[in-house]
Each structure stands twice: as C-alpha cells, then as structure tokens.
Design a protein. Structure first.
Length: 187
C-alpha cells in the first residue's frame, strides 16, 4: 500500500511535468505568434507603400505632364517611383495609335506583331507558336491565345474570323490559307 506522502509527491511531480509541458507549448505558440505578426506587419507596409505609389501616380495629370511637375507633386522615394515609370497600374500593352511603333510593346508581343506583319496569310495560334519557336502543346497554345486576344483588343492585330489572326488592316482572305479548314476563307 502506498502512503499518503508518496501519493502527494507523485501528484506534485505530475503537476510540475504538466506545467513544464504547458510552458513549452506557450513558447511554441509565442514564436508562431511573433512570426505571424511579422507577416502581418510586412503586408501592412506593402499596402501602405502601394497606396503611396498609386496615389503619387494618379497625381500625374496625364501623358503630357512635365517631369518637373511630377517631381513637385511627389516627394521622397515616391518621386523616384513615379519618374522611373512604376509598372503598377500601367498597361504593358498600350492601345495602338498611329504615333506608336511596335517597339513600345514587350518583346513577346512585339514578336507576334512582327511575325504577322511579315506573314503572307493570316495565322492560327498554333501556327504562330510554331513560327515563334514555342511549344505547340494544346495548353501552351491556349495560354498564348490570350496574348493574341489582348493584342486584338488593343488593336495591334486583327482577328479576321474566330481563331484567325493577321496584321491590322489585313482583309479577309478569299482563298484557303495553309492549315485552314476547307470552308475557311470563302464568303
């Protein structure tokens, strides 16, 4: 039979062990809490910085704004971001206009416009992929098609009929181009 003194010591030891275990869990949770507070702090700083960049960029009165005016309206590091042309909120593919050349486009888009400009016939997305040396796997071609649609939306190229792309101003062909179905091009 166990004496009451031994039972009391056993219970005290168990309580001390449980306290040590709980303190270990508290230390773990404290470390996780500090880590998550750091993440939240970085996100808040990012939100503030982006707000400053966007508000400084919106302070620019438009494309004719003088860089000196911009420098006066923005201060500190924000002035540098505005003056150097922060890509935030900027269209990488501008809408076509007579005064713009294809050189204003990112190289991947510029290559598409140049290939279509040199092409004899309108081309489909998979033909353009092949001409550019890109993969012609279906999923890659579908992703590439979004670039073509963006160029069509911004008037850099024309979609003569669904899936048939050509340089802007190209008339609809009257005969079948290579790779087109038998009934394509005859209207």
């Amino acid at each position: 039979m166990v004496s009451w003194l031994e039972e009391l010591e056993r219970r005290e030891a168990a309580a001390r062990d449980r306290i040590a275990e709980l303190r270990g869990q508290i230390d773990e949770l404290t470390a996780l809490l500090v880590e998550q507070e750091g993440v939240l702090s970085r996100l808040e700083i990012t939100r503030e910085t982006m707000g400053e960049i966007l508000s400084a960029a919106s302070a620019v009165s438009g494309p004719g704004a003088d860089k000196d005016e911009v420098a006066e309206s923005a201060n500190g590091p924000m002035a540098e971001a505005v003056l150097t042309g922060s890509p935030v909120g900027v269209r990488l593919v501008p809408t076509w206009s007579a005064e713009l050349e294809a050189e204003v486009l990112p190289s991947s888009y510029r290559d598409i416009v140049e290939i279509l400009g040199d092409a004899v016939h309108p081309m489909r997305a998979h033909q353009l992929c092949a001409a550019l040396g890109l993969s012609t796997d279906k999923n890659k071609v579908e992703g590439f098609r979004s670039k073509l649609k963006r160029l069509v939306e911004r008037d850099w190229i024309a979609e003569l009929e669904p899936g048939l792309f050509a340089a802007r101003g190209t008339p609809l062909p009257t005969e079948r181009a290579p790779g087109q179905p038998e009934d394509a091009g005859r209207r």
